[in-house]
Design a protein. Structure first.
Length: 191
């Protein structure tokens, strides 16, 4: 049986993160991707990248409608290795923090948490208000990993694509998928 990774793309800015995760996962042998692209996510992917829903869905092994709460990934008996929500809106973060599983992204995240599987959220909002911070605290206490996609300038990125690639490689590290191209901190050479 292949390893399975659920990927949610919501309507926050930064749709390139989710697309980059899907593209990197295409290169991974033995992995299967299950995508949920929300309605707002599809609008944002079009606005930011000029990609249509069908083009995004082709990047995944399986794609689900965001309202399909009867989908396989809505059940804990469907085995996965975890889930990434990239980007993650504050609405989705709040839904996950309060187990308000009213769509497939938040239901799949709820299932991921209840089954004690890895859930990684890439929240995109700034500045943060207290509700955002408390929701991040809540999901962290439940076992999720909050991974704001902040650039690592030590990697000396020359483009937005390189900054995104670094963050995506770090996220995939959390699932045991290690990229030899990832610029890793080696310490400061004081000489």
């Amino acid at each position: 049986m292949p390893k399975r990774l659920v990927i949610g793309i919501t309507g926050a800015t930064g749709s390139l993160y989710g697309i980059s995760v899907l593209r990197e996962m295409k290169k991974q042998k033995g992995w299967e991707t299950h995508l949920v692209l929300t309605e707002a996510g599809a609008l944002n992917v079009w606005h930011e990248l000029k990609m249509k829903r069908k083009d995004v869905e082709k990047l995944a092994d399986r794609a689900y409608h965001p309202k399909d709460v009867g989908a396989a990934i809505a059940s804990g008996s469907f085995l996965t290795d975890g889930m990434i929500i990239a980007p993650c809106t504050m609405k989705t973060l709040a839904a996950v923090a309060h187990a308000h599983a009213d769509d497939l992204v938040s239901r799949a995240a709820d299932v991921t948490l209840k089954e004690r599987r890895r859930l990684v959220l890439l929240p995109r909002e700034t500045p943060l208000n207290l509700a955002h911070i408390r929701n991040m605290e809540a999901v962290t206490e439940m076992g999720a990993i909050v991974f704001p996609p902040l650039p690592a300038f030590y990697a000396k990125p020359k483009s937005v694509d390189e900054m995104v690639a670094h963050s995506v490689a770090r996220v995939l590290d959390l699932f045991g998928i290690h990229s030899p191209k990832l610029a890793r901190w080696q310490g400061i050479d004081g000489s």
